[in-house]
Design a protein around this ligand. Structure first.
Ligand code: SF4
Length: 154
């Protein structure tokens, strides 16, 4: 997996203060996408073991109280990203007590493959669906267009 940006402290991509990772790779090609540069899987920077360790350490850093992590992109549930995302969310569940995990995807919750569902079973919140320009609404919280749904899973 590659990624485009990692912000260790962010307050706009989900509730509270969070780590945010924007991964590479998206097949959805939504018109009006705000993040076209992330579409190619091989764009960005390789997501290394060091980055994974850094994220775990940041979530456990008691000097800045983070509510959790946001995984966005690109699409964290792109089939080629799922193995690395699954490993990361498993580690967060095991090693970062009390931290929540939010994931943004262009897929719909009801259409996910078994492999994608393995990730969803471990996260707190999934914001699903493509960005639809005709339904865009800047007043929506954590969604770009009104077709997208915030699923509170646990
Ligand atoms: S799912 Fe997100 S990143 Fe992918 S094309 Fe649509 S808006 Fe862009």
């Amino acid at each position: 997996m590659n990624y485009h940006q990692y912000y260790p402290v962010d307050v706009v991509n989900g509730p509270g203060t969070r780590c945010v990772l924007f991964v590479s790779g998206c097949i959805h090609e939504c018109a009006g996408c705000y993040n076209k540069s992330t579409w190619r899987l091989n764009s960005g920077t390789p997501f290394t073991q060091e980055m994974e360790e850094r994220i775990i350490a940041d979530l456990n850093d008691t000097r800045i109280k983070r509510q959790g992590i946001t995984l966005s992109g690109g699409d964290p549930l792109h089939p080629q990203n799922v193995p690395d995302i699954l490993r990361l969310v498993k580690r967060i569940r095991a090693e970062c007590e009390g931290k929540d995990i939010w994931v943004w995807t262009g897929y719909k919750l009801g259409e996910l493959t078994a492999q994608q569902q393995e990730v969803v079973a471990l996260i707190n919140t999934l914001v699903d669906g493509k960005f639809v320009q005709a339904l865009a609404d800047p007043s929506l919280l954590w969604r770009g267009s009104s077709n997208q749904v915030i699923h509170y899973l646990r």
